[in-house]
Design a protein around this ligand. Sequence first.
Ligand code: S3P
Length: 439
Amino acid sequence: MSKIITLKSHKCKSLTGKIMVPGDKSISHRALIFSAISIGRSEIDGLLESDDVIKTLKALRNLGIKIVKIGEKYFVDGNGGIFTKNPGNLFFGNSGTGARLMIGLLATKNIALTITGDKSLSQRPMLRVLDPLTEMGANFSKNDGKLPIKILESFYYNSIKFKSKIGSAQIKSSILLAASNIKGVTEIEEEIPSRDHSEIMLKYLGAKILTKKTKNSKLIKLNGPCVLKCNKINVPGDFSSAAFLIIATLLTKDSNLTIESVGLNYFRTGLLDVLSKMNAKIKISEKSICNGEAFGNIEVYSSNLIATRIDKKISARLIDEYPILFVACSFACGVSELTGLEELKFKESDRLSAMTEALTKCGVKLEKKKNSLLIYGNKKQLGGCKITTYNDHRIAMSMLIFGMISEKPVSIDDMSMIATSFPNFRSLMESIGAKLQVV
Ligand code: S3P
């Protein structure tokens, strides 16, 4: 049996530099998918070339869409929503976004094919998208809501009014993609508004879409079928990847890092609001808007963090940042209380359990309840152990950052999943002063 090559992180001195993080994962998936159903050749700059996004790219190619890379850019020849090939089976690896969005897109195309994924994705809930899509007239062999799922032929589709209680952009986007192909107005009401990259891109490409904020929710109305027109799409740096560098910089002494051209979409940057309350020194500069998305530079300085209290209201705005936020709370002064964490259980791993296990192993005092966590912060934490990542990229990166601050090094059981979202994590961290050892 071949030995797994993985990483160990050591306590580091200061982190400094001016860097860029790879492209935003959510926007990269959408740039490929929405370009594929537009009319004409779209140009995508800054696409994230990670395992997850490449799975979506390959799926679209297998459906007959021509996608080429010329220089640093990707060009997608959209076919107005017509797929000329049916490969029978599409594999999405670890990617919930790829699978759920493509299920929505294909659900109203009157074609039959099977959607599959890796072991982790095959354990994640799919009924959350299959149920509203069934209401729209789509037909599935549901396999108890777990992959593999067969999309079956269906002839009659209808628009729906859907009330989303979870606050999930994957559910919303799956419905919007299905709705983009059928006649009528589909309405989605979100109790907890989630990232709005799909709405922004649909509008940018010419869809008839309206969004409205009401007192307790957000309303989205899409008038289908959509005729989308190709365009240029610039993908900003991924804020969720930048989050690891932000926390690492805040927690190490005499550090000063600038991360350029990062996506600053309001629904993605809840972490900045939380960190500001925790006493973090962070400045935003060079703000601009491109293809409807906010871009900017993030300047981060070492800070003495204090504990915080956060509830469910902000959860959708920092859903992917919880693992690294738990690390920040571990080194902050005081007891942090985080509630409304239920959605963390349905990510690439059960992140609430996986992070509780990892931090406890590293010596952090924690109290975990059903959907909440108390973290007893301390400037000094022990570390000195090997972490089970449960094949989850964000657990892996979060705990490597922990090892850069703790007294003793921290290693992870497997580093391969990091490539699903942040392929150059190791080299970028090393370029600003991190000590990551291959073991
Ligand atoms: C994503 C939405 C979020 C997030 C995921 C990417 C997206 O999932 O956790 O990493 O691109 O729409 P949910 O919508 O399931 O919360």
